[in-house]
Design a protein around this ligand. Sequence first.
Ligand code: ADP
Ligand code: MG
Length: 677
Amino acid sequence: MSVQYIKGVGPKRASRLKRLGIENIFDLIYHFPRDYEDRTKYTTIREAAIGDKVSLVVEIVGGPKISRPRRNMTILKVPFKDESGFGYLVWFNQEYLKDRFKLGQVYRVFGKINRVGMELQVVNPDFELEGKEKKVGNIIPIYSLTQGISNNEISNIIHNALMEYLPWMEESLPAKLRQKYRLMGIQEAIKNIHLPLSGRHLHEARRRLIFEELLLLQLGLFLIKNKSLVENKGIEFPTCPELEDFILSLPFELTKAQKRVLTEIGEDMEASRQMNRLVQGDVGSGKTIIAAAAMFRAVKAGYQAAMMAPTEILASQHFESLSKLYEAFNIRCELLVGSLSQKNKERILEDLRDGKIQVIVGTHALIQDKVEFNNLGLVVTDEQHRFGVKQRAIFSQKGEHPDVLVMTATPIPRTLALILYGDLDISIIDELPPGRKEIETYAVTPAFIPRINAFIKKQLEAGRQAYIVSPLIEESESLDLESAEELYEKYKEDFKDYRVGLLHGKMKPAEKDAIMEDFKNGRIHILISTTVIEVGVNVPNANIMVIYNADRFGLAQLHQLRGRVGRGEYQSYCILINNSNSKIARERMRIMQRSTDGFVISEKDLELRGPGEFFGTRQHGLPDLKIANLARDIKILKYAQLEAQEIIRTNPRLEGEEYRFMRNRIGQLFQDLDIIG
Ligand code: ADP
Ligand code: MG
């Protein structure tokens, strides 16, 4: 039902509410407060601290006084007393209130305490006659607003909606679950989320609604996954005896973790259903080989395979590694990127269509309409967080249900991976190849910069290269940070004998690629950059990573940046310049110094900083959450997942009356999500 028919809402307000995403009564009831103001604690005028907002019980002891200190300004003062002493209720420019207050009336008021000379004042207070209180003495909801609707108005509208419709609201959680976790009923929870009876009631209401939301989200994701399991028949790849030869041809032995993940992928490929698997592995854990082996299998079974990377640099890097790996096996591998000449592009497109190319590596260029395959059997996307669910879907629609492999170097704790990649099976490479030199990590204050630069000079003299990272591109007035552009000028000045390069996200892709190419080939010695270098670029000769204002970055991001060095035979160094004195910042720097395990780091990051960079559920193509927060509510999430798994196990389609309302809610939650692309 449209909100327009709720008491207090006409067409005009309805259109304003629409700006808040509120169209029907359900939206309105689920427009939860973004915060609360606790007005339950009363004090007296003498005890209240100046500047605090407090609740008081006052008796009016005199008539109103009005003064006009300036044009366009009136001050209304009403004298009162409470049990501790005397004061004034004061309003600015609200002269019309003067007739409201009668001698001897008792009010509950809530407002900010001010002192002018010896006089104590309560400024612009909310007020209610004793016995009628609603706004004073309670926990008051604070809503997200839009122009033309005040907090009071929206509170009243929601209040009206609750009065009329709450009694009709159906319970969505099975009684069993409510008992097990001692969760409030839906009506009580909704009432208390808007108008909490007490702090404890609010807490319980939140707990129930968060649990419900996460349960619905996880159930929805499991349902989507189940649906694709049933519906998406995939290719049944035959066993592949030649794979052994391919593995033996590698210059190293696979790690245990790599072998395990390859087995998991092999089982998926042989199964009749479509593979949808995520491979998570820290930087340098050897994901490329995994992709190479899977694509090898696809090719040996007579199919084509494609791999998509987020940038040209990464795509060419993969292309070079794969070409080398496939050289001895008579597999034709090509690169498709935007910067190719028209002629080359057309030749590749044609050969791809004719099936003359077996493995194609590329950027987004691969998902354009004109790219057609002969028989695409496997698609791989690297560095998943740069692609959305949708792009992945378009990519896989280039074939007849090809198997799908997604690789990411962003380590995410398993609980969260189940949500963010809820539609995928997950494999984890939790081991680095042997013999890696540990990167030495130091956290220092800006006072050390001259010493750092002396150290860089020494390393450059020995033939190495350095990365310098700043969180900002340009100088900023509001932030006291050194921008990449400023650092670039400084380093050019300080390192006159060397070539310094600048790389940032506002540059054109071709420009970026040219700079990166120069750095790779050693023509640039120091690369000043923003976080655009974060993903997967491999320059083994670079062994120093200096990060300015490291306190500005998330740990997972620092870890990614650090992963740019330590890729060659040289001892590598990561220097974190910490400008912050805060305890948390120092704790975070300590974690970076102590651990090189991406999973440990991301778990800690979550504890210390909350969701940070990998959330944005939107960014992952998930529905918006109204009350739950994936990082903060991790404990509730774990239980919700447990129960979701159990429900799906026993009732995979959520059949029966008990789940009817839940099914509806899941439908609503995912309605505007175009999962299939
Ligand atoms: P990432 O997981 O970051 O994509 P890569 O696949 O680029 O890692 O591998 C990093 C480096 O480690 C490459 O030079 C690769 O050849 C090498 N490598 C991969 N697996 C092994 C292994 N089992 N033993 C030794 N080196 C390996
Ligand atoms: Mg990689």
